[in-house]
Design a protein around this ligand. Structure first.
Ligand SMILES: Nc1ncnc2c1ncn2[C@@H]1O[C@H](COP(=O)(O)OP(=O)(O)OP(=O)(O)O)[C@@H](O)[C@H]1O
Ligand SMILES: O=c1ccn([C@@H]2O[C@H](COP(=O)(O)O)[C@@H](O)[C@H]2O)c(=O)[nH]1
Length: 363
């Protein structure tokens, strides 16, 4: 976990106004912004008793990030922080950054990291909750680095909503919320910015194994339903490719999540779900549940969890503190099954059976 101590105010005031403007008004902030001018953070989120859980939500303009975040937040108990909304609030409150932010948003460019990270930090610190969906940030590698230096909480998961440009433009032009950037020229610029500056961030998290790509074509309901289960980490095949021709789930259940055992309909599904639930969550400490889980992951690469849990952390062989914390978090976990056919059944059976205990305990 990235954790450094340094008050944000130092960062803000260390940056010269001319630099701030250069960063805010142009796209050349990578060159313009010197991280030397920004002393590394030492504090992170100081006012929180516990380190908050952070998840980033990325995607092109108008793809539906905000829409899906609202639903995810309501369903899974996250606090939804839209950085765009935080910036728009600065404009409507006429703060010192208001004019600069308005102009930057109207041009479809990216607001200086000093400003966004400060707003984000304040929002996290002042929230009574500790599970956040950060919508629309980081938008550039420079944003990401600034976040790591100042806030320093490694995101658990990065959701990436993906859809074609034509659909994104259509959605923006139908939005009708009076946003200054909801016009064709700004949208074109935002698309360029997304490709040039946000895609590298998406690639970065993909390489770290944190990216969960979600197909954002379809109705809001469809996308929400498929949200965790259409997870594609890195170059893994899509869910539909993975389960094509599979025999355990009926075709109507393709893409469904087993969010509870009652969500599984057939006897076999319930059995499998309970076994896994048991293996992952209900066996006591030192029951060696980690071993089959690690093997399951390593051998199939087709096994994943929903966004509330983090695969790479949870499946490290060594039972580090992080792993144990990972297990603890699974109280309201979402199990996403993306294994293929009979190989899956055999594998699960061979891996799960060595565990001690009674399956009924998990029910
Ligand atoms: N699946 C969908 N199909 C059609 N329209 C959608 C869908 N999801 C969201 N929308 C609509 O598209 C518009 C953009 O959605 P939303 O504001 O959630 O996108 P966003 O990614 O947060 O956009 P931005 O990056 O510009 O803030 C809204 O009017 C929303 O109601
Ligand atoms: O991290 C951020 C987030 C947003 N912006 C600016 O705001 C607009 C709108 O953002 P939405 O998240 O789409 O509501 C965006 O085009 C940027 O200009 C930003 O600079 N940095």
């Amino acid at each position: 976990m990235l954790r450094r101590v340094h008050p944000l105010s130092t960062l803000i005031f260390a940056a010269k106004p001319s630099l701030l403007n250069q960063v805010a008004y142009g796209l050349n902030y990578m060159e313009a912004f010197s991280m030397d001018a920004v002393k590394p953070a030492e504090a992170g989120i100081v006012s929180k008793a516990r380190t908050p859980t952070i998840n980033f939500v990325l995607g092109g303009p108008g793809v539906g990030k905000g829409t899906q975040c609202t639903r995810i937040a309501e369903t899974f108990g996250f606090t939804h922080l839209s950085v765009g909304d935080l910036l728009r609030k600065e404009i409507s409150s006429n703060t010192e950054y208001g004019d600069m932010i308005l102009e930057t948003i109207a041009k479809g460019k990216i607001v200086a990291s000093e400003v966004t990270v400060k707003l984000l930090k304040t929002a996290i610190e002042s929230s009574k909750t500790d599970k956040f969906l950060i919508d629309g940030f980081p938008r550039s590698e420079e944003n990401r680095v600034a976040y790591e230096r100042i806030i320093g909480i490694e995101p658990e998961v990065v959701l990436f909503f993906d859809c074609n440009e034509e659909e994104m433009v259509k959605r923006i032009l139908h939005r009708n919320q009076g946003r200054v950037d909801d016009n064709i020229d700004t949208t074109k610029e935002r698309l360029k910015v997304f490709e040039a500056y946000t895609l590298p961030v998406i690639r970065y998290y993909s390489q770290k194994g944190k990216l969960h790509k979600i197909n954002a074509i379809g109705t809001e309901d469809e996308i929400f339903e498929r949200e965790p289960s259409s997870v594609v980490a890195g170059d893994k095949p899509s869910l539909s490719e993975v389960i094509a021709g599979e025999e355990l789930l009926s075709s109507e259940r393709t893409g469904r999540i087993f969010s509870s055992h009652s969500d599984a309909r057939t006897k076999k599904e319930i059995e499998i779900w309970c076994r896994l639930r048991f293996t992952m969550g209900a066996v006591t400490h030192k029951s060696r549940k980690g071993q089959p889980c690690c093997r399951l992951w390593e051998e199939t690469q087709l096994f994943d969890f929903g966004f509330q849990t983090l695969r790479p952390k949870c499946f490290r062989r060594k039972q580090s503190r992080t792993v144990k914390e990972g297990w603890k978090k699974k109280r309201n976990w979402v199990f996403v099954e993306v294994l293929d056919g009979s190989r899956r059944v055999k594998l699960i059976e061979s891996l799960v059976e060595p565990c001690e205990g009674h399956i009924e305990e998990s029910l």
